[in-house]
Design a protein around this ligand. Structure first.
Ligand code: BEZ
Length: 400
């Protein structure tokens, strides 16, 4: 998957590049006959287009479509036909929603979703039906852990990855007592779990774990509790509309500048315009940042701004990379998605040339990637350094 082959030459094993970078040639036709086009590949996008994660779903779709447009509208030689479902980030509706795509629309590939509870329902259906699933966000460990399967891949992260990296950072900064605050569901629990694992390994202590139900944003009582607990620091996972409100409420409660705020990078990704000055100085860890300055990322950002008149964010990158991964797998099987074992083998060997930096997939199909330490300055998530190099999720419980 190489728009920038010259950059990659010294770094790629020839086989991996061949597997992932080449576009499948159209099958040869006997002379004199019209070229027969392969049937369109049906891609089912199951994303949130309403609710607190709506902007995240749109950015993922934008990223996916940008990569597709760069390939002339074909992946692995096949034109793409989309079916779309708004999953509303509602796990209770997720099984019905995914079945609309698999059973009603007969999609070849599922792409989704943002919310971990929704994506776990998708993973269950993907396992049962054998449909290829590429998860372009949701970070629940189980998707590439206990629920892992040869046909399930992630172009994003696990919650553990950014949480664990930040636990190390906060401990190294000398903070001993930390209060955590997040939504009570898999993503929040596991982000805090990773953070706590690393912090406590280095002698720090999570003194209190505060939660509220998703997607509740009534933070006031919990912010009062944080002020009363007087911790050295606060660690949090919120995203989308909830992240905007949390950062603004944190400042309005008088905590900004008094108790340093740390988070998984979703806290400040795609949200900085709305958060304004209240986000300045916030520290986060994530597998992407605004000013990486690499030729690959610069080209991606320029193309995204040109196409959508919007700045890209981590969600756009994950959507773009979901399309790259699909293209790479399809190229290896000459567009024949039925050759599942070869498709999976190609992705397992691939190096994905992402705007975030190159990554490979772990044995459980989750990105092995650098986690950046970022700080908000002048409305950008600026890179301060690499908090964890080539961090692999442990893939606990995965048997494949
Ligand atoms: C999740 O539910 O896994 C999630 C949602 C938004 C941002 C990051 C993770």
């Amino acid at each position: 998957m190489t728009m920038h082959r010259s950059l990659l030459k010294p770094l790629f094993a020839a086989a991996a590049v061949a597997a992932i970078g080449a576009t499948a040639p159209a099958p040869a036709q006997p002379a004199g006959q019209p070229t027969k086009q392969p049937a369109k590949l049906k891609v089912g996008l199951m994303l949130p287009y309403t609710g607190t994660y709506a902007a995240l779903g749109t950015a993922i779709e934008n990223g996916f479509r940008l990569y597709l447009a760069e390939q002339g509208g074909r992946l692995g030689g096949r034109e793409i036909e989309f079916s779309k479902v708004d999953d509303e980030s509602d796990p209770a509706k997720a099984t019905d929603n995914v079945n609309k795509l698999v059973k009603r629309d007969n999609v070849d590939v599922l792409v989704g979703s943002v919310h971990s509870g929704v994506a776990m329902a998708m993973a269950r259906v993907a396992r049962d039906s054998g449909t290829l699933l590429i998860v372009p966000n949701a970070g629940a460990g189980a998707i590439t852990g206990a629920m892992c399967a040869p046909n399930i891949f992630r172009s994003s992260f696990t919650m553990w990855q950014s949480g664990y990296a930040m636990g190390d950072v906060v401990a190294q900064k000398g903070h001993k007592k930390v209060v955590t605050i997040t939504w009570k569901y898999a993503a929040g629990d596991e982000s805090v779990g990773g953070f706590k694992e690393a912090l406590e390994k280095r002698g720090g202590k999570v003194q209190k774990e505060l939660t509220l139900p998703f997607p509740n944003v009534e933070f006031q009582a919990l912010l009062t509790e944080i002020a009363a607990s007087k911790p050295d620091a606060v660690y949090t996972f919120f995203a989308g509309g909830g992240a905007v409100k949390f950062v603004k409420d944190y400042a309005a409660a008088g905590l900004k500048g008094k108790i340093p705020l740390y988070g998984a990078g979703f806290l400040t990704d795609g949200t900085l315009e709305a958060q304004g000055a209240d986000a300045e100085g916030v520290w986060t860890t994530l597998h992407y940042a605004d000013a990486l300055g690499t030729p690959r990322d610069n080209a991606f950002r320029l193309a995204y701004v040109k196409a959508y008149k919007l700045q890209p964010d981590v969600y756009a990158v994950q959507g773009y990379d979901a399309a790259q991964m699909l293209a790479g797998g399809l190229a290896a099987v000459k567009g024949d998605i039925g050759r599942k074992a070869e498709f999976a083998a190609a992705l397992r060997k691939a190096t994905i040339d992402s705007p975030r930096g190159r990554f490979t997939l772990s044995a459980s199909h989750n990105p092995v990637q650098d986690i950046y330490l970022r700080q908000v300055g002048a409305k950008e998530n600026k890179v301060v350094g690499v908090a964890a190099k080539s961090l692999a999720d442990p893939g606990r419980g995965c048997r494949m």
